[in-house]
Design a protein around this ligand. Sequence first.
Ligand SMILES: NC(=O)c1ccc[n+]([C@@H]2O[C@H](COP(=O)([O-])OP(=O)(O)OC[C@H]3O[C@@H](n4cnc5c(N)ncnc54)[C@H](O)[C@@H]3O)[C@@H](O)[C@H]2O)c1
Length: 253
Amino acid sequence: MSNTLEGSVAIVTGGAYSIGREFSEALARAGASVVIADIRDGAEVAAEIGRKYNVETMFQRTDVSREADVEALAAAVLSRFGHADILVNNAALFAELPKVDFRQIPVETFDRVMAVNVRGPFLMAKHITPLMIPRGRGKIINIASGTAYKGQRNLAAYVTSKGAVVAMTKALARDLGPDKINVNAIAPGFTESASVNDNPHQKINAENTVKSRALQRTQVPEDLVGALLFLASPASDFVTGQTIAVDGGSIML
Ligand SMILES: NC(=O)c1ccc[n+]([C@@H]2O[C@H](COP(=O)([O-])OP(=O)(O)OC[C@H]3O[C@@H](n4cnc5c(N)ncnc54)[C@H](O)[C@@H]3O)[C@@H](O)[C@H]2O)c1
């Protein structure tokens, strides 16, 4: 698929690295201008993607849990592009989280996971949709997780946050339907992303996950790109409030 998103402006939170970087690159390859909003430096990545696919790119350092950062991002996108068409809420606390029984999770950690993984997509939707509404269209793609459906031992704060993302997807789809903005989610299975490879403790049980799939192989970030491009493109114009599991058929919704 190429150039189907030409003329679109896509914002990818956590777009500088790992799965988010894969998403930034896929959207650029499809012709979109790409805004990377990440807490880590993504200036080089944005420039490289811009050169490689001959699209406009921009990096804005953003902590999605901070409303002031998200407001500054919205203002910067408005001033540079005048609008936004696609928002990928990918940023989350995941790979670096320790795997521990829920009784050992400090309340500060629980609250921080909620702030990034739940408040983040909420703030992004709140402040970016005003850049979509005047165009009479928009696509929000939330990155949930298969763990919201099947649970995951020793990752309670994260699993809870992703359940909230699935529910928020439905709530925002209802609120934004009148504005012709589609809100959908992707629930990836366990994916051997760069962040996971940096934190090998997340790979405990990876073999069992592979065995749980109808398609029994390791999942990689590229596996998520097809669903992303579908949800970002006019092909999904009558699809909203849905969560698509992309996990080789482990959970079957
Ligand atoms: N890798 C998997 O197995 C898997 C499975 C299901 C869902 N997911 C989801 O996919 C997404 C990407 O996961 P990943 O494996 O690439 O690793 P990750 O979750 O560690 O990467 C997240 C990205 O978000 C950025 N980020 C972290 N906190 C931020 C903040 N406060 N503000 C802005 N950016 C911030 C990081 O710098 C990084 O670029 C996440 O939403 C994750 O929950 C991953």
